[in-house]
Design a protein around this ligand. Structure first.
Ligand SMILES: Nc1ncnc2c1ncn2[C@@H]1O[C@H](COP(=O)(O)OP(=O)(O)OP(=O)(O)O)[C@@H](O)[C@H]1O
Ligand SMILES: [Mg+2]
Length: 283
């Protein structure tokens, strides 16, 4: 029989290894919809903080933005998983992400005993953005991360808080941009030299064409999986952000199922892990 005490003590090497390290966790819109799961996520994140790990949360909110746009009769259009964002869509993006979704996550983490602070990339110049340029297409106010200023995130983390970041950036002229949360999480992880970047989404990880889980992917193989359309839609910015993080020095990137209870803890505190791991030179 598996003993509870044995189980608890097994996490000791992981706590030791990750003590005081930063982990950037992207909390996906689709994985955030269920209230009970949101509670589990909040407890997991609070637990990480109390054992000495420093989680930084970056959240999405695609489904909630879509719902609100629908109510307002504004059409949603996508290009390779990115929401084409005109002025009126941008107003809704800010309202839903920085207003509703961000505060709900903060509230829930605080209810679980953590001390979360909700901010957006606009606060303290965290995310300097520039317009995203893609060939033959104007995406409007969709931005790319130009620069990250992680000072405030470091301060908050050191002082015992859990930063919760909405993926909105601002350029030098004060124009705000909607940035895919996956690339914001990746850029923040790179700027803080995070130990891990973990994407919580609504699938078990990256699936192959037979819908079987691919448990690890080399960065060199990412472009091929996009070109042969194994990876499509919202998984494209995620895998590209994962690749970018690995190439810029983040040790490990994982894509895991946020709709499975405690997948975050399983990923961090077990040897086998769950989901898809993206790796560079070595695993
Ligand atoms: N090969 C693949 N493996 C797994 N999921 C895939 C694959 N190709 C495309 N997808 C899609 O990518 C989706 C995940 O990305 P999506 O952007 O929808 O969620 P998210 O990033 O977690 O949430 P948000 O964008 O709101 O932050 C999956 O639900 C699935 O439909
Ligand atoms: Mg997404």
């Amino acid at each position: 029989m598996y003993d509870k005490g044995d189980c608890l003590v097994e996490v000791l090497p992981f706590i030791k290894k990750f003590y005081s390290k930063i982990m950037v966790i992207k909390y996906g819109g689709s994985a955030m919809l269920d209230g009970a799961l949101r509670e589990v996520f909040s407890k997991d994140v609070s637990l990480l903080k109390y054992v000495g790990i420093n989680p930084i949360i970056v959240h999405g909110g695609g489904p909630e933005i879509g719902d609100t746009l629908k109510k307002l009769n504004i059409e949603s259009k996508f290009y390779q998983g990115l929401r084409i964002t005109d002025e009126s869509t941008m107003e809704v993006v800010v309202m839903v992400l920085a207003g509703k979704v961000n505060k709900e996550i903060v509230l829930q983490i605080n209810k679980s005993g953590g001390k979360a602070v909700g901010i957006s990339g606009v606060d303290a110049h965290i995310i300097k953005a520039k317009k995203k340029l893609v060939k033959d297409m104007d995406l409007g106010l969709v931005g790319d991360v130009d620069e990250v200023n992680p000072d405030i995130l470091m301060h908050l983390s050191k002082d015992g808080y859990i930063p919760v970041v909405a993926p909105i950036g601002v350029d030098e002229g004060g124009k705000r941009y909607n940035i895919n949360a996956d690339s914001v999480a990746s850029a923040i992880a790179v700027s803080l030299k995070a130990e891990k970047l973990i994407f919580l989404t609504d699938t078990d990880g990256v699936m192959d064409r037979e819908r079987k889980l691919i448990s690890s992917i080399r960065v060199e193989d990412v472009d091929r999986l996009i070109n042969n359309e194994t990876i499509t839609g919202g998984m494209i910015p995620k895998i590209l952000s994962a690749k970018e993080a690995i190439l810029s020095g983040v040790k490990k990137v994982h894509i895991i199922n946020g709709t499975r209870k405690h997948s975050l803890l399983e990923e961090i505190f077990t040897l086998s892990g769950v989901g898809t791991q993206i790796y560079g030179q070595e695993i």
